[in-house]
Ligand binder design. Structure first.
Ligand SMILES: Cc1ncc(COP(=O)(O)O)c(C=O)c1O
Length: 452
């Protein structure tokens, strides 16, 4: 029976017969723009375990791409969904009122950084939150500040507005240009691969001074810039953690020119980093904060949470039929309750520290681990050819991911060659250790074969 006995447990080498059948149909009927990391066909999932259609059980270090923060199918969240779905499936917050989004907005105002009054817009997905953030910022300045800054190495979504900010992999943009005009990109603070080949802290945050010296003084009028849009920790771009002090210094630059900070916490938020929101590690409150993924433990929902005075788009100028639907909002309220009641922020910190420690030990043993970084349960281990040349080793990273899958651990990559650890926040130390033992075995084999 599911969840009984030892885990992970691979009974049939994946993909088993049931999986193979579904995968064939998947290839036939679903657009191939959906990427497939490996041939996993999920049947059900509970907590930090996933069962495939052939009865194999895996330890989940993906959480459905950083979504299932409370663990899969947490009973409290499932109960909230069941209860509300018997009463109301939909009525559209675009034009009418029901209570769930109001209660959720109040709760989100309390747990997001900044003691100022906030207002909230609800959509359905991360990309929609980013679109909303851009519109709120441009709208606040009534069109006088059309320019938005984003970071090379960041991911903000794939609809055309958010894609204009996304700069993580060429495949995401190829064929779709021209995108939004008035978007400027600067390098993400990725110290391990500093574009200027400088070292922190000797660089004294040159990457921020660079914005003022090379953009604002030379060709971008700062008074036409409405916002910096950024991920506090880069997700899809490789789980990159900016240096201590970076976002505070960016805020000083933004304040100097009256530019807003839009913090995209779609991946890093909702407790993943051991605080409600990752930006809290840098001790600042953004003007606008974007949340999706983990907000409702797997139901579609996103939020644009902004300072009250900014959130003043006129009626009819921005809305979305399904945004803030009662079921998703109830699931989100239950998600927040579970995170609070079960001390999941504390668990993310505790298990995360342990993962970092074990990965550091592996770093000192295996030359193909070039860098280990992260906060809470948002952790990356960058796989390279060797520590000296630091060249990304995507094939080796892929091999580690595939072999881990075959042995019962669900792990994916980010950026060019980073192993990304983003398990459900309910994961236990014991399960994490089991997964890490398997991953270490695999890394040992792959480094022996020096497959790049
Ligand atoms: C930081 C960030 N922003 C935005 C998005 C887009 O979210 P969605 O896929 O829900 O549109 C993602 C998705 O991975 C993300 O990681």
């Amino acid at each position: 029976m599911f969840l009984q006995g030892e885990y992970p447990s691979i009974k049939v080498a994946p993909p088993g017969p049931n999986a193979r059948k579904i995968l064939k149909e998947d290839q036939k009927y679903l657009m191939q723009s959906f990427h497939r990391f490996y041939p996993l066909v999920v049947k059900r999932a509970k907590g930090f375990l996933v069962e495939d259609v052939d009865g194999n059980i895996y330890i989940d270090l993906n959480a459905g791409i950083a979504v299932a923060v409370t663990g899969h199918c947490h009973p409290h969240v499932v109960e909230a969904i069941k209860r509300r779905s018997e009463e109301l499936l939909h009525y559209s917050i675009t034009d009418f009122v029901y209570e769930d989004p109001v209660l959720l907005a109040r709760k989100l105002s309390e747990i997001t950084p900044g003691s100022f009054q906030k207002k909230i817009f609800f959509g359905n997905s991360g990309t929609e939150a980013v679109e909303g953030g851009i519109k709120v910022a441009r709208g606040y300045f009534e069109g006088r500040r059309p320019i938005v800054f984003a970071f090379i190495g960041s991911f903000h979504g794939r609809s055309l507005g958010s894609l204009s900010l996304t700069a993580s992999k060429p495949v995401q943009r190829r064929w779709f240009q021209p995108l939004l005009p008035c978007v400027e990109h600067v390098p993400y603070p990725y110290c391990y691969r500093c574009p200027w080949k400088q070292t922190f802290p000797d660089c004294d945050y040159w990457c921020i001074d660079f914005i003022e010296e090379w953009y604002f003084r030379r060709y971008v009028p700062a008074e036409e810039v409405s916002a910096f849009v950024f991920e506090p920790i880069a997700g899809e771009g490789g789980y990159v953690v900016p240096p201590e002090g970076y976002w505070r210094k960016l805020k000083r630059l933004a304040d100097k020119y009256g530019i807003l900070l839009i913090d995209d916490e779609v991946q890093a938020g909702m407790g993943r980093t051991g605080k409600w929101f990752a930006i809290e590690h840098w001790g600042i409150a953004p003007d606008i904060l974007l949340v999706a993924k983990g907000i409702a433990s797997g139901l579609p929902l996103s939020a644009v949470i902004g300072r009250e005075d900014l959130m003043n788009l006129p009626p009819g100028s921005h809305a979305s039929t399904f945004g803030g639907n009662p079921i998703s909002c109830s699931a989100a309220l239950a998600t927040i309750e579970v995170i609070e009641r079960e001390n999941l922020l504390e668990n993310a910190r505790k298990v995360g520290e342990h993962v970092l420690k074990r990965l550091q030990e592996m770093y000192s043993k295996y030359d193909i681990i070039g860098d280990v970084r992260g906060k809470g349960l948002m952790i990356g281990a960058e796989i390279v050819e060797d520590k000296d040349n630091k060249k990304p080793a995507p094939k080796a990273a892929q091999k580690i991911m595939e072999e881990s899958f075959k042995r019962g651990v669900l792990l994916i990559t980010a950026g060019l060659s980073t192993l990304r650890f983003s398990p459900p926040l309910v994961i236990s130390l014991e399960a994490m250790d089991k997964a890490l033992n398997i991953i270490e075995e695999v890394i040992k084999n792959v480094s022996r074969n020096t497959l790049h």
